[in-house]
Write a protein that binds this ligand. Structure first.
Ligand SMILES: [Zn+2]
Length: 143
């Protein structure tokens, strides 16, 4: 098994933890970084696990879903009211099951795995997602 990793840095988006007793319950932003670890047992004809030059579909997903978005939990009833309010044009919501760093890492694993299957076939898969909230805190999801 060989792996390779690609990092996307400085992706600004917001989130909140509606049930947190501290400041994490407030909508706030980070400059996130995500590292995607790809794995393959067989290399492609160029000897690559995955061709980094052909991952524009992942950048497009990040730009369309995450960049300057607000990631909110589908369990967050206040966010739904906010989304339906007169202020809904002030932010773009990306709904996730759980908007913690851990939950977003799982969301990214599932969404990016689906895209990789569509574009790379069965030869390549995602081994892990490492999601940095900032320089100090990160989560790694390895199913
Ligand atoms: Zn946060």
């Amino acid at each position: 098994m060989l792996t390779c990793s690609k990092t996307y840095k400085d992706i600004p988006f917001a989130h909140r933890q509606p049930f947190h007793e501290g400041h994490c319950s407030k909508i706030h932003g980070h400059n996130w970084s995500v590292t995607i670890e790809f794995q393959a047992t067989d290399l492609d004809k160029n000897g690559f696990v995955v061709d980094f030059g052909k991952l524009k579909y992942i950048k497009q997903f990040i730009d369309e879903q995450l960049d300057h978005a607000c990631l909110l939990s589908s369990e967050d009833t206040q966010a739904k009211e906010l989304a339906e309010s007169q202020y809904k044009n002030l932010f773009r919501i990306c709904w996730v099951e759980n908007a913690s760093c851990e939950g977003i890492a799982v969301f990214l694993y599932e969404e990016i795995s689906r895209l990789v299957r569509e574009h790379e076939g069965e030869r390549v898969s995602i081994r892990s997602i490492k999601l940095h909230e900032d320089e100090k805190n990160f989560v790694r999801y390895t199913p």
